[in-house]
Each structure stands twice: as C-alpha cells, then as structure tokens.
Design a protein around this ligand. Sequence first.
Ligand SMILES: Cc1cc2nc3c(=O)[nH]c(=O)nc-3n(C[C@H](O)[C@H](O)[C@H](O)COP(=O)(O)OP(=O)(O)OC[C@H]3O[C@@H](n4cnc5c(N)ncnc54)[C@H](O)[C@@H]3O)c2cc1C
Length: 427
Amino acid sequence: MPSYAGMPTWYAASANPAPQRPVLQGAHRATVCVIGAGFTGLSVALELAERGIDTIVLESERVGWGASGRNGGQLINGYSRGLDVLEARHGPAVARELGKVALEGAAIIRERVGKYGIACDLVDGGLGVALTAKQMRGLEEEAKVWAAHGHKTIAVLDREGLRAHVQSDRYVGGILDPLRGHFHPLNYLLGEAAAFEALGGRLFEHSQVLRVDEAGPRPRVTTAQGEVVAETLVVCGNAYLGKTMPRLSGQIMPVSSQIVTTEPLGDLAAQLLPSDACVEDANYILDYFRRTADGRLLYGGGIVYGGQDPASVEAKIRPGLVKTFPQLKDVKLDFAWSGTFAMTLSRMPQIGRLSPNVYYSHGDSGHGVTTTQLLGRLLAEAIGGQHARFDVFGNLPHLPFPGGQRLRAPLSTLGSLWYTLRDRLGV
Ligand SMILES: Cc1cc2nc3c(=O)[nH]c(=O)nc-3n(C[C@H](O)[C@H](O)[C@H](O)COP(=O)(O)OP(=O)(O)OC[C@H]3O[C@@H](n4cnc5c(N)ncnc54)[C@H](O)[C@@H]3O)c2cc1C
C-alpha cells in the first residue's frame, strides 16, 4: 500500500489522494503568511481565505506531517485542564469566557466536514473512563462542571452501563459525551488544504522556513529557495518548529506519544467497542483508543518528555492494549508510530504576538484536535481587527518551565512518576 509522504502511520496508508504541492521558489508577497500546515496553520489559513484574505502557507514537509496528521483522532472538548481548575487559577470571569468557547473547536470540525464535503470518517460520541473509584468521582465532577457551563448532555455510566460501549473489565465506569467524537485527522487536513486552495490560498510543501526577519514594517521569511514578505506572519510550527524561533521554543516542551494499529479485526472490532465511541482513560499518563473505519483498533498511550521516539513503540503500547482487551493477546500490529506535541507548564495553549504583526499559537498539551480549530479562528479574528476572543487566551500567563530547556524534561518525568504512582494506588 503506498504511504502518504512515507509516514509509517495507518493514516498515511489510508490517506485520500492528494496532490504534491510546489516548493516555494523566488520572491512572493501575501497579506498573511502562515508557518506550518497542521491543524492550527490550516485552521487559521482557511478562516482567512474564507474572509478573502490573500494567504500563503509554508510547510517543511507535507500537509499533516506533524502531530496533526498522526494523532489519536479524538475530538475532546475543552482543554487539558478542567474549567473548575481554570476557575480556581484565573477566577470565575475568565473561566466563564473559556467555557463559552470550549465546544466551538469540535463544532468547527463538524461545520467544515459538512461545508466542504470532507471524507474523514467522522463519528460522534466519546468516553472518559475511570480505572478507580477516585477517578470516577473526578469524572462525575467533570460532568457537573460541564453542565454548569451549559453542556448538559454528558451521561454518567456505571460499570454495567459502560459495557454497552467498551467490552473491558478494566473500568469502574465513565462518562459519555455525545459532542466528543473521532475522525481520520490526516484526511480532514487534506480536505481543509483543498478547500483553502479552492478559495485562492497558496500552499507550499517541502518549504521549511529557515529564517524570520521581524525588523521593519513587514515580516520576511526565508526558505532554501525562496522568500515571502507579508503584512502579517502567523507561526504555527508547534513542537516541530525546533530552534527556528528560540523565543518560542523556550515556552514549550516537546512530548512524544505513541500509537499502534492492529490488523483488521472483522466482527471483533464492533464487539470490543459496540457504540463506536472513542475512549480516553483518566490516568495522568493516559491510554486512548478507538475503532478505525476499516475495523482495526487504534490504541495510543505512553509519553516521552523531551519528544524522543522510544526504542520500540510496540513494546511501549502493547502491554496496555492487552491489559484493556486480553482477547487481543496475540493480535498482529500492522502499524506503530510516534508523534510529538508541545506541552506548556500550565497545560493551556499559548497564543500571542511576538511583535505587532507576528502572531503565534502553540502548546495544546496533548488535547489539540479541537482547540487548534478554535485558536485558528481566533487568530483570524485578531488579524481582522477583532481581538476580544483572542485576548481571553492571549491574556493567560505564559510561564517558563522550571529548570529551563536543559532540566524541563527530567523534572517533568519525575513529576509524572509521582502522579503515575498515585494513579496505580488509586489515592
Ligand atoms: C501521538 C499523538 C496523539 C494525539 N492524540 C490526540 C487526540 O486524540 N486528541 C487531541 O485532542 N489531541 C491529540 N494530540 C495532540 C494534537 O495532535 C496536537 O495538539 C495538534 O495536532 C497540534 O497541531 P499544530 O498544528 O499546532 O501542530 P503540528 O500538527 O505539529 O503542526 C506543525 C507543522 O508545522 C510544520 N513546521 C514546523 N516548523 C516549520 C518551519 N520552520 N517551516 C515550515 N513548516 C514548519 C511541521 O512540519 C508541522 O507540519 C495527539 C498528539 C500526538 C503526538
């Protein structure tokens, strides 16, 4: 099976046909230039193109090369921290504003899939599941907090109720959110890219931005063979930006997560996950899984602070998969891969400006499928002069990691060992 961009993922092997975009050559001008063709970059680019704003997107590799084309594909509403935690941190007024937009990212995905006819296997419904009584109390509380912010359709399920959705003995219960869901993230991105181009947007692949010149009234970005001068620049390289813009890399920590996909399971796939809802457990380092459209189990978990790939993805993920579904003890794994997202100290995404006409967005901290869509829209609003919703996020404090770039990974590993131990003991 040919693989999109040579990526080792099930997504690449099942990607919709997509054209190879040109490499940037020579000098170009645009109203807005976006760095990165992941969820954030394409979300802002499509919003801008819909508003008739002349936009160029530059991508180092291919559309979806980063976290966006290789993730669990789960639409999870809200942020990596609950609205109650955010209220305790920032006060009720900020929590209310964050709550108002917490469902908008998933709504944008559903809207674009319909509007542009994107074939990406979108399925409604997702579960949060508890391994301990303490985690179950946490999920019940989460449902109450959501209800207080207007999302009242989350159902609390006991052990028996959950079995209608997940045939595993591991869980004591869970919550079912009909506004969660799952999809084929790479095919969604390819659909967005096509929609952007149909609206006149220009997209260049294999065009890594090597230098950003912010001096002067118009930012200039330089690639190996070309340059773009724009009125506004939006940096959406996230964890894959590396050291291109050191002012940004210091604010985030790259973290990798790993995924495997089984061979097609036939009828067994629907027996394991009868309602086809996606699942995320409540551990600090969590497992997440779902069915694919061709009847496989896609199972992810694991974390490497610093963003390196583990020696063996299968060795890291198979034990959790088999613990959840002992029926799959001898199952063959057809695909195994790793991807890297950007984590912030607060676990909240960071958007802001480096200078009056250079914007950035990064750090969705492992829950970026829906927030990146939202932040793309807020960036487009801000570029168009409407700052109110952008500022709700832009005004959140951006804290550096303790220990700086050298010690942030070992310190985070230590912290996560503590929380993992608490998960194991159920305290
Ligand atoms: C394994 C894994 C599983 C995950 N599962 C889920 C999930 O199920 N649900 C969920 O909500 N979130 C999940 N996430 C998180 C989610 O995928 C990310 O938060 C989100 O995709 C980030 O999108 P992005 O556009 O900001 O970054 P990316 O998708 O990483 O995109 C950045 C792009 O910028 C390009 N780029 C970087 N530097 C340059 C440069 N100098 N010049 C040009 N281009 C450049 C990169 O090549 C890349 O394509 C997961 C992440 C991983 C890694």
